[in-house]
Design a protein around this ligand. Structure first.
Ligand code: 6R9
Length: 653
């Protein structure tokens, strides 16, 4: 495969001139620097960009590979690096956050104010007994206090773990329990798209399920004003305990390897895994990618539309922009409320210069603009924009071009950033003032990152040939552990089949035959990507079989124009196969059940019933057949090993 015929978009001379990574010569020089002295490359930047309380003397520690350590003997604090030092540098009155609420109300928070708020929350956490190394679960909406709570944990060396506000009581319970969290931070409710939705009530349900006994306090912020039940001795209002605290709180200096956060994400098997990140290496890459990929300058207004519940919200809302002393927009709501022009209206209003969003949002806004010209981006003044970004899933060339022309006015480079929860920050991405862009390709590795495409035995395949995406060398912001499961860490990310030394991303990729550009071809494991959200097929299957009516279930993905992939579930009930209205009733029941077990994002788009699932004679479910059926394709694959070929007819849908 080659992109030879594809249109190439060159960065403008102006952009190149002022960019941190200027021209392909600039990019190549950085790559060469890393090539010649890999540790030196990262060490130099860690010294320059981070403020260390105790400087490190050792850069990379491989003694416990594949658990790598970076800057191991250095000490620092992430919150100090994001807040105090900006104030010390004279940026105290600079706006850190431009918060726009769901209802459009805007609140600006300076670095000085944010530091004071974070310190108060940190002091409150201390009063609740939180100490260095304790885990704190945060189940909060996209608010100033959501971000401040993360920073407050970092300030006192507590390890935070955010649970996305759209997750269910069951998911929340599992994470509180797995992390052994001491405190839960939540709010009474959240606003989304003009609706007031509960959070605290869901947290109460999670506690009622049992297994959260180690969690002795619940700190509750007020957001929607909805009535909530408060359990005496456990629950405490932030208004009571936070506001009275001192706005001074000394940062707790931690080792560079100290776990800054855990973030649960879906894998191909079993329950979600707690991806553990470090403090020093993680923060370094958060900053370096802000500077290189986003070319952040002091006058930029940066806006990443992600939620703090996902890794993108960690690196490119809570940590990266603040550690660089930037000004960022934080948005509580959704792109389609009060109408599908919300993003464009906000870019215009806040004069956003760097805008980072997901392909799924772009696709839905393309559709909206097509049907309602009044919400077309061309109707807004988007001239403040100078750079666009994309993350979460492959961006199809049509959406890329629409984004480029209509949002970027044909003048803004698009950085299609490939990375993962486990990688902490960008791995393969254009440098906006250097890399010629090809829609649909995330182009070339971030300077210093050693990405490659290999076969099943770990040998590199020639350009033009598809294979498995790996990273050949450890990098500072890589995953350090799967919380509480060392075995799973090794098996998932450094499998023996590939020699035990290559980091396995879980995605397929192909490099262009001519220029070596990477194109991600999608997950190679049983992980689906629905609207940029990772969902394990096994997780959804487990949820389905937990329903008393279900005997067996298999879940696969099917391509979807809007959400990238859609979830299709094939279900065998314990009773007879329902049809007509009966089937509709059961579908609703099962779909709601999955929503309750995991969260609404996990609800299947399509549920089909069979008397059985297509299986081999040895009893293995033949998923490739299910994938064809889900797509509505004729099954052309070899079905000779199939025990029960007649079942295919029933499952056609
Ligand atoms: C940051 C984030 C990771 C998975 C990843 C891949 C997909 C992310 C992409 C992309 C193609 C891009 N992915 N960015 N695929 N092009 N620019 O999304 O983390 O939620 O862990 O998802 O998302 O499949 O493996 P996470």
């Amino acid at each position: 495969m080659s992109n030879e015929s594809a249109k190439v978009y060159q960065p403008s001379p102006d952009f190149v001139k002022n960019a941190a990574v200027s021209g392909m010569e600039g990019y190549k020089a950085l790559c060469a620097e890393a090539e010649q002295d890999y540790e030196g490359y990262w060490g130099k930047r860690a010294k320059e960009l981070l403020s260390w309380q105790t400087p490190f003397t050792k850069i990379l520690d491989e003694s416990n590979a594949p658990t790598y350590g970076w800057f191991v003997d250095g000490k620092l604090n992430a919150s100090y690096n994001c807040l105090d030092r900006q104030v010390e540098r004279g940026l105290g009155d600079k706006v850190a956050l431009i918060f726009e609420a769901d209802d459009g109300q805007v609140t600006k928070v300076t670095y000085k104010e944010l530091l004071a708020r974070v310190s108060k929350i940190a002091n409150a956490l201390k009063e609740l007994g939180v100490q260095k190394g304790d885990r704190v679960i945060i189940y909060m909406p996209m608010t100033i206090d959501g971000i401040a709570s993360m920073q407050a944990c970092a300030r006192i060396g507590a390890t935070h773990s955010i649970v996305f506000g759209g997750f269910s009581a069951q998911s929340l319970r599992d994470r509180i329990s797995d992390a052994g969290a001491k405190v839960l931070i939540t709010s009474d409710g959240q606003f989304r798209g003009g609706k007031s939705l509960p959070l605290k009530a869901i947290a109460d349900e999670a506690f009622a399920m049992g297994g959260c006994e180690a969690c002795t306090s619940v700190l509750v912020f007020k957001r929607t004003g909805v009535d909530v039940a408060m359990t005496a001795g456990r629950d405490v209002w932030a208004d009571d305990i936070v506001n009275k605290q001192s706005d001074q709180c000394d940062p707790v200096w931690v080792e560079a390897e100290h776990p800054l956060f855990l973030l649960y994400t879906s894998g191909s098997t079993g329950k979600p895994k707690g991806v553990q990140h470090s403090t020093g290496g993680y923060l370094l890459h958060a900053m370096l990618t802000m500077l290189y990929t986003f070319d952040l300058k002091k006058e930029d207004i940066f806006w990443c539309t992600a939620d703090i519940g996902w890794v993108t919200g960690h690196t490119y809302i809570t940590y990266g922009p603040l550690a660089c002393g930037g000004t960022e927009v934080v948005f509580e709501g959704i792109p389609t409320f009060p109408n599908a022009g919300r993003f464009w209206d906000m870019i215009q209003k806040h004069k956003v210069s760097i805008f980072y969003t997901a392909p799924t949002a772009i696709r839905s806004l393309v559709k909206a603009a097509d049907t309602d010209p009044s919400v077309h981006p061309k109707k807004y003044d988007l001239s403040s924009l100078r750079l666009l970004g994309s993350v979460g899933e492959p961006i199809n060339p049509t959406a890329w071009e629409w984004y480029y022309e209509n949002v970027g006015g044909g003048r803004c480079p698009i950085v299609d950033t490939f990375w993962q929860t486990e990688t902490g920050g960008h791995m393969i991405t254009p440098m906006p003032g250097a890399t010629p862009l090809v829609p649909g390709s995330c182009t070339l590795p971030f300077p210093g990152i050693q990405a490659a495409v290999v076969d099943e035995t770990g040998n590199e395949v020639p350009w033009g040939q598809g294979g498995i995406l790996v990273v050949k060398k450890p990098w500072p912001s890589m995953i350090r552990a799967v919380w509480g499961d060392a075995d799973r860490f090794k098996k998932s990310y450094f499998p023996e089949d590939l020699g035990g030394k290559l980091y396995l991303a879980g995605d397929g990729a192909i490099r262009d035959a001519n220029n070596g550009y990477f194109t991600i071809t999608g997950r190679i494991d049983d992980v689906l990507n629905v609207s940029g959200h990772r969902m394990g097929t096994m997780e959804i299957e487990s949820a389905l079989v937990a329903h008393p009516m279900v005997a067996e279930a298999a879940v696969v993905g099917r391509p979807d124009d809007l959400t990238g992939e859609a979830i299709v579930a094939f279900v065998v009930l314990k009773g007879s196969r329902p049809t007509g209205d009966d089937a509709k009733k059961v579908i609703k029941e099962l779909s709601d059940f999955v929503g309750k077990e995991i969260g609404p994002i996990a609800k299947p788009k399509d549920i089909r019933f069979g008397d059985n699932l297509p299986k081999t004679r040895s009893g293995k479910i033949m998923r490739r057949l299910l994938r064809s059926l889900a797509k509505g394709e004729e099954v052309t694959q070899d079905t000779s090993t199939l025990e029960n070929p007649q079942i295919l007819e029933q499952l056609k849908g």
